[in-house]
Write a protein that binds this ligand. Structure first.
Ligand code: DX5
Ligand code: ZN
Length: 222
C-alpha cells in the first residue's frame, strides 16, 4: 500500500516571538502537517513548550497537528493534549510501562496514535501493538534538540518497520536532520511523513524549501 507523502515542518525551529505568523507561513508554504515537539527536561535533556502553546496556535491553521510527546510519563497528559488541539499524538515506546494502554487511550480520545522509537530502540517493541497504531515515528537523531545530524544507520530501521507494517494503514514518519539531500533516501527506505525543522525554518522562503524536500522525495516514490 503506497501512503501519501506528507511534509511536517517542526515548529521547534520557528521564531517563537512570532509563532502564529510562522505557523501561517508554513501553512501557506504547502506544509501538510504541523509537527509540534513537546519536551519535559526529563525524558529528554531539553524543555520546549506544552498545551497552552498548542491551544494558542490551533486557530491559526486547519492543518493536522502532529504532536510528538518527548515526555515521561505521557499518560496523565494525553487528554489535555487532545483538548489543546492535537490530531496525531505520538508517545515514545519508553515513556511508560504500558504502551498498549497509552495507545488505546489516544484512540479513545478520537486521535491518531503514534509510537516513536529512539535511535537505539529496536523496532520489535512494536510487534504486539501494530493493531493499535496509526503512525510509527523513527527518530533519525537522538530526541531533544533541533539541528542535529541525521543518523544513517536509521535507514535500515525504516526498512524493517516498513516490512512490519506492510498491508496496514500505518504512516512511517522520520524526524531529525531531514533535508532535501536525504529525503530521497528515507522515502526509498519506506518513510512517507517527513519532519523537518531547521531545514525549513532556517531558510528565508519556507515554501521553496518545502517544495524542494517534496520534489526530492517524490523523485523516488514516482
Ligand atoms: C528532535 C525533534 C525534532 C526536531 C527536528 O527532538 O523531535 O522534531 O525539531 O529538527 P531538525 O529538522 O532541525 O533536526
Ligand atoms: Zn519531533
Amino acid at each position: 500500500m503506497t501512503r501519501p507523502l506528507l511534509i511536517s515542518p517542526s515548529i521547534l525551529a520557528a521564531d517563537f516571538a512570532r509563532l502564529g505568523d510562522e505557523v501561517r507561513a508554513i501553512d501557506e508554504g504547502g506544509a501538510d502537517w504541523v509537527h509540534i515537539d513537546v519536551m519535559d527536561g526529563h525524558f529528554v535533556p531539553n524543555i520546549s513548550f506544552g498545551m497552552p502553546i498548542i491551544q494558542a496556535i490551533r486557530p491559526v491553521t486547519k492543518k493536522v497537528f502532529d504532536v510528538h510527546l518527548m515526555i515521561a510519563p505521557a499518560d496523565p497528559y494525553l487528554e489535555a493534549f487532545a483538548k489543546a488541539g492535537a490530531d496525531v499524538i505520538t508517545v515514545h515506546a519508553e515513556a511508560g510501562s504500558h504502551l498498549d494502554r497509552s495507545l488505546q487511550v489516544i484512540r479513545a480520545l478520537g486521535k491518531k496514535a503514534g509510537v516513536s522509537l529512539n535511535p537505539s530502540t529496536p523496532a520489535s517493541v512494536l510487534t504486539h501493538v501494530l493493531d493499535r497504531l496509526d503512525l510509527i515515528l523513527v527518530m533519525t537523531v537522538n530526541p531533544g534538540f533541533g539541528g542535529q545530524a541525521f543518523i544513517p544507520a536509521m535507514l535500515d530501521k525504516i526498512s524493517e518497520v516498513r516490512e512490519m507494517v506492510r498491508g496496514r494503514n500505518i504512516d512511517i514518519e522520520v524526524d531529525g536532520g531531514i533535508t532535501r539531500h536525504n529525503a530521497a533516501d528515507v522515502v526509498r527506505a519506506g518513510a512517507n511523513v517527513l519532519v523537518a525543522g531547521s531545514a525549513i525554518f532556517k531558510t528565508t522562503n519556507y515554501g521553496d524549501e518545502i517544495r524542494a524536500i517534496r520534489m526530492a522525495a517524490t523523485s523516488v516514490s514516482a
